[in-house]
Design a protein around this ligand. Structure first.
Ligand SMILES: NC(=O)c1ccc[n+]([C@@H]2O[C@H](COP(=O)([O-])OP(=O)(O)OC[C@H]3O[C@@H](n4cnc5c(N)ncnc54)[C@H](O)[C@@H]3O)[C@@H](O)[C@H]2O)c1
Length: 354
C-alpha cells in the first residue's frame, strides 16, 4: 500500500463544505488503488485572522513543507479585506513552494447546459503564470488621504518566469490536441507584453509539432464565448489567466465545475490543489455548493501524486453523476445538496479500476 501525507486547509465559507466532500471521494477511491492518504487539517482562515491577527501561523510554510500535497478549499470572508486573506495565505504558499504553474481545465459535461452556443464542445486548459506578473509586491501608496493620493503597482515579468510557464503550456499542448493560444495585450501594454510575445515565439521554436497563435486578451475573451471549441491550451499571465479561467468555468456551466492545480513541476516542494472558485459567502452554510470543482481538484492531486488511474476514475464518476439531473446542485438547475452530489460521485465510482 502506497501512502501520501496530505495537508488540508478547508478555509472559509463553502471551502470546508466542498473539501469534506472531496475528501470523502478520495477515501472511497484510494483503497481501490492500493493507496492510503493521511490527512492533517489546519484551521487557517479568516476566522483565525479575526481571532489572532494572522491567517496562518509563522511556521505555516515549514509545516506544509512536510506534506506530499496540499488540498485547499477557499479563503475569504466579509469583514476581512480580500487582499488580506489572499496575501495572508494563498499567495505566500504559492510563492514559497514555487508553484509557478496554475493549471485550470474547463470542459463541458454531457447533460450540463452551457450558457453559450457551442459551449457543449468546450474542452481546454488555461495555464496561468502563478508567481509573478501583475500580482506583484512591488509598489506602494503615497499621500494617503490627500487629494494627490496615489498608488503604483509594478508588473514583473522575468525571462525565467515567462519561459518556464510557456514551456509547460507547450508540453501540455503536445499531450493534448497540439494547439496553443497565448493571451497577450501587446498593443496596449508596451513593455511587458511585447516581451511575453517574444519569449512565446522563441519557445514555440522548440515545439514545431504544436500549432500556436496569440490573441489580445479582449479578443480572446470574446472568442471563448463565440467559439469555445476553438481552444485547446491557453497560456496567460497571472491576471489574464485568473480572469480567463472564471470565464471558461462559466462557459462550462458553473464556477462550481472548475478545478485547479498549483504545481511546482520540479517536485521540490508540495503542490496545492483547489477549486477555482472562492468561498461564496452568498451560499455558504446552505449546503448548496457544487462540490465537483473540489472533487476534480482532488483528482488532479491523485494524478500529480502518480495515480492517473485513480484520478481518471474520479473524473468519470463526476461526469456520470452530472449526467443525472437529480444529483446536480442548484447552480446547475438541480436540487441536490453538496453532500448528496458528493454521494452520487461516490456511488458512480462503481468497481471501475482502469
Ligand atoms: N482561491 C481562493 O481561495 C479564492 C478565489 C476566489 C475568490 N476568493 C474569495 O472568495 C470570496 C468570494 O469571492 P467572489 O464572490 O468574488 O467569488 P466566488 O467564486 O466565491 O463566488 C462567485 C459566485 O459563484 C458562486 N459559486 C462559487 N463557487 C460555487 C460552487 N462551488 N457552487 C455553486 N456556486 C458557486 C457563488 O455563489 C457566487 O455567486 C472573496 O473573499 C474572495 O476574495 C478566494
Amino acid at each position: 500500500m502506497q501512502s501520501h501525507r496530505i495537508g488540508v486547509i478547508p478555509g472559509d465559507g463553502i471551502g470546508p463544505e466542498v473539501t469534506t466532500v472531496a475528501q470523502s471521494v478520495l477515501e472511497a477511491v484510494a483503497p481501490r488503488h492500493g493507496l492510503s492518504l493521511d490527512y492533517e487539517a489546519f484551521d487557517w482562515s479568516c476566522r483565525r485572522y479575526v481571532e489572532t491577527g494572522a491567517m496562518m501561523p509563522d511556521d505555516a510554510i515549514a509545516v506544509l513543507g512536510g506534506f506530499d500535497a496540499i488540498l485547499l478549499g477557499a479563503v475569504g470572508w466579509p469583514g476581512v479585506p480580500d487582499h488580506v486573506s489572499l496575501w495572508g495565505l494563498l499567495i505566500p504558499i504559492r510563492r514559497a513552494f514555487r508553484q509557478f504553474a496554475n493549471i485550470r481545465p474547463a470542459r463541458a459535461f454531457p447533460g450540463v447546459a452551457s450558457p453559450v452556443r457551442g459551449g457543449d464542445r468546450l474542452d481546454l486548459v488555461v495555464v496561468r503564470e502563478n508567481v509573478e506578473g501583475e500580482y506583484s509586491e512591488i509598489g506602494g501608496r503615497l499621500n494617503r488621504g490627500f487629494p494627490d493620493e496615489m498608488a503604483v503597482q509594478e508588473s514583473v515579468f522575468t525571462r525565467v518566469g515567462v519561459t518556464r510557464i510557456v514551456r509547460h503550456a507547450f508540453e501540455l499542448a503536445q499531450q493534448r490536441r497540439g494547439r496553443l493560444t497565448s493571451a497577450t495585450k501587446s498593443n496596449g501594454i508596451v513593455h511587458t507584453m511585447p516581451f511575453w510575445d517574444e519569449v512565446v515565439r522563441e519557445v514555440a521554436g522548440e515545439y514545431p509539432d504544436v500549432e500556436w497563435d496569440q490573441l489580445h486578451i479582449d479578443a480572446l475573451a470574446a472568442a471563448v464565448v463565440l467559439d469555445p471549441a476553438r481552444f485547446d491550451v491557453v497560456v496567460g499571465s497571472n491576471l489574464f489567466g485568473d480572469i480567463l479561467s472564471d470565464l471558461t468555468a462559466a462557459v462550462a456551466g458553473s464556477l462550481g465545475l472548475a478545478p485547479s492545480a498549483n504545481l511546482d513541476p520540479t517536485g521540490e516542494f508540495p503542490s496545492m490543489f483547489e477549486p477555482v472558485h472562492g468561498s461564496a459567502p452568498d451560499i455558504a452554510g446552505k449546503g448548496m455548493a457544487n462540490p465537483v470543482a473540489a472533487i476534480w481538484s482532488a483528482a488532479m492531486m491523485l494524478e500529480h501524486l502518480g495515480h492517473p488511474g485513480a484520478s481518471a476514475q474520479v473524473l468519470r464518476a463526476a461526469e456520470a453523476s452530472l449526467a443525472d439531473p437529480t444529483t446536480r446542485t442548484p447552480d446547475l438547475g438541480g436540487t441536490a445538496s453538496t453532500e448528496e452530489a458528493g454521494a452520487a460521485v461516490i456511488a458512480a465510482l462503481g468497481d471501475d479500476r482502469r
